[in-house]
Design a protein around this ligand. Sequence first.
Ligand code: GLP
Length: 237
Amino acid sequence: MEVFIVKDEQEGGKKAFELLEKEFNDKDIQVLGLATGSTPESLYREMVASDLDFSDIVTVNLDEYVGLDENHPQSYHYFMNEHLLSKKDFKESFVPDGMKEEEEATSEYDEIIRQHPIDIQILGIGQNGHIGFNEPGTPFDSTTHKVTLTQNTIEANQRFFEEGEEVPKSAYTMGVGTIMDVDTVILLAYGDHKADAIKATLEGPVTEEVPASALQNHPHTYVVIDQAAASKLEKDY
Ligand code: GLP
């Protein structure tokens, strides 16, 4: 893993964009894996402001809440349209379909990924080390599947929902195995509340209890973190 420690989230967005641009210049990038959450927003702002041409790029998102359709303001479909997909021209974009039954939604998504192998995957990280919605204990060889969200994740994501509105209890997510198969990963994390997860991901044992720790065995992962998220690291980067 190649680690970049930046001052703050804005600098992180710039650094991540610089890495993305370099990959686009050096390789034939066709498929970009996208993530939701507040973390990738500064990168998406850089992408929107740039003159990089994405019109030949297919995007595939990591995950979606079960039961939210694409017009629901808290669905990840909606989030992606708001922050990126309606602002830049892409060839085609995929997000798991939260309105479909488990078997159909997950097998359909694995087929989409098989047809569009991911060149670069953007990742945030949950406070418990989750990537996508792969909660602790998810097998490292998992493909797209349905997950029951942990209480910790439900509480962390409550802030995006209206008062009194319930966070869905389950989601469809690419698996850890799906993520490990991508060519290049750009993992982003900002803030003190991510410091434990980043410490465990970079310096802890590789264990299914910390899904992101699988990335220690990924051949080409960039990690862009701010000083707060890096504050518990013991090694020099
Ligand atoms: C959700 C998403 C993850 C994301 C995480 C962190 O659970 N499924 O992909 O990384 O939240 O979100 P945030 O970036 O808002 O801290």
